[in-house]
Structure formats: C-alpha cells, structure tokens
Design a protein around this ligand. Sequence first.
Ligand SMILES: *Cc1c(COP(=O)(O)O)cnc(C)c1O
Length: 350
Amino acid sequence: MPEADELDIDLRSDTVTTPSDAMRDAAATAEVGDDVYRDDPSVNELERRAAEAVGTGAALYVPSGTMANQIAVHVHTDPGQELLLERESHIYRWELAGAAKLSGVQTRTIDAGERCVPTPDAVREGLVDEDLHRPGTGLLAVENTHNYRGGVAVPVDRIAAAASVARERDVPVHLDGARVFNAAVALGVDASELVDPVDSVTFCLSKGLGAPVGSILAGDEAFVEDARRVRKLFGGGMRQAGMIAAPALRALDNVDRLADDHANAERLATGLDALDGVDAPAPDTNIVVAHTEDAGIPAESLYAACKDAGVGCVEFDEYATRFTTHLDVDADEVDDAIDRIAGVVDELRA
Ligand SMILES: *Cc1c(COP(=O)(O)O)cnc(C)c1O
C-alpha cells in the first residue's frame, strides 16, 4: 500500500477519509465513561441511533467490520458447523480464515454468478442437514453492497428470497452490510428494509459515512447481548470509547450524501470506459472496477503507474483494478483522476 501523502487523489478505498472539523470537535468534547461497564453515554447514544438506522432491536459498537462479522459468525454457529457463503464474499476472501480460526467452522461456498447474489436454489443446494456424517449448516452469510463485484446494490427481494430458504431450515442469516447504506441510497429504500429479512447485520461507520473508527453489529436484543460477550472475548471491549463514538455519531448524518459518491463513481466509470481497451461498467454505488485485459495492461502495472501519477487505487484481480469514491473527493478531482489515468493507460498500452 502506498503512503497516502504521495497520492493527490486517493481512490484506494472509502476508508481513507479523515475526520471533519465537526467530528474532531465532537471527539474533543465527548461525554465519556467506561463502556465495558456500559457507562459511556456517547457509545450508548451511538448504539441506540445505529439500531434505529437499521431497524433492529439493538446494536453494538465494535472496532472494525471484520470484528463485527467474526463476532456474528461466532454467536450464530457452534464449532464444527458449516458457514454457507458466496465465493467472492469478504468474509471468505479477506478475513484471514477467521471463521475457521476463531469459531472452528468449516466454510462451504456458493457460486452466485456475475452479481454475486445467491439464488434460492443455490442456497438450498448449499444447506447441509446435520446427521451421523455431516456437520450441519450453522449460518448463511450474504453481502450488500457486494464489494468484490464493484459495489453491487442487491435488491431486497433477492436477499429475502435467499434468506427465507435458510430460515425455513432454521439456519440464521447474517448480512455483511459494510456498505448497506450505499445499497439503500442506490435502491431508494430505507436501510431497515434491506436488513429486515436477516437476523444480524454488520455496517461500517468508517467507510462512506466517514467516521474515523468503528463498525456496528446489530440484531435483536438477545443476539446483541451474546455479541457483547464475544466482543470481550475477541479483545474488543473498549473503555472511554466515546472519544471515537462521538465522531461516529456525526457519521450517521452522512447517509444521504452517499448519492454524491455514487454520482462521482458514475462519472469516473464513464471517463474510464471511454479509454481504448478499458472496460469500466457503470457502477451501482461508489466502487468502480476497471478491466484492462483488452488493453493488455495487468492491474499490477496500472496500479503502480497510477500511484506514480498520484492516483490511489487497489489491484483486484489480474486485469481488474478498483477505484472507490468517498466524501474527500469531489467531481473536479474525479475529472483530474480521469485525465491522469488516461495518460497512464496511453503510456502502458504503447
Ligand atoms: C471493508 C469490509 C469489511 C471489513 O471492514 P473493516 O472495518 O475493514 O474490517 C467487511 N465486509 C465488507 C463487504 C467490506 O467491504
């Protein structure tokens, strides 16, 4: 990963935003207490508002989205069970085999095709009933927006259809909604509608919403009570966490402006797709994936040359590179990025 200060336009991720003055003020003046004793008023307020935002009975503030997902896996499953999830999902690809290491579960993957939404049939096929020889499925996990497929916003009926197959077999469903508010804004629905068909949800405060630190794990009260114990087990019990929860509360006000990030991503995709040999499909949300196989440019080369040109991005696959818009880049910077990337592509193609 490059150093941020080498990058004029940092499109590596929506995690790179730095806290606004209002967030810094909120941190400086936060009312705090020991949150392990539930004494931190700022954390309590954040958890109350977070639960309200996704329409669940309760919510828990945790250090990261990864921890939120791993706590959910641990609460919902017993060691030796199976975790059923989509093959390009974050929990499977990017969480260091945490489900195996932290919860002792075996993963079974669903190939859900281009848009990475498991179909009811695929879920049905993937579910395993416990018997003398087989461990049984403990949890189905789904993702919205889908990161690896370029921020795909999955409509509620697709999630509901997959979830109902699992729940009919008494298998709970977890939604990795790291960017669930991006999905909600793109689909024009309330986030609570996207969360309604599942038993628990992760969302990140430190991505598009712009908080410096933290994620939320939400579900009903009994689930969150269990999750609180597992958070402690995983070393995530924090003391005067109001210092980071108070700015995170401000981040919950940034939901509607995610539409700006989506418009900027569309602008970027249009600009990149116009380049010879570059395929950048119109994004649903704030993640643009540029495919450069036709130009004969491996992602590794594109990434390195973009970095030299002051544009931050992430290698996704051999010929796929990810660019993510966020609240610290505006439309002019997107245009500047397009110009710089166009120059890079011209040079590499030659
Ligand atoms: C970023 C992300 C996570 C993990 O969040 P961290 O805070 O980086 O640990 C989980 N799932 C998805 C889909 C993500 O994009």
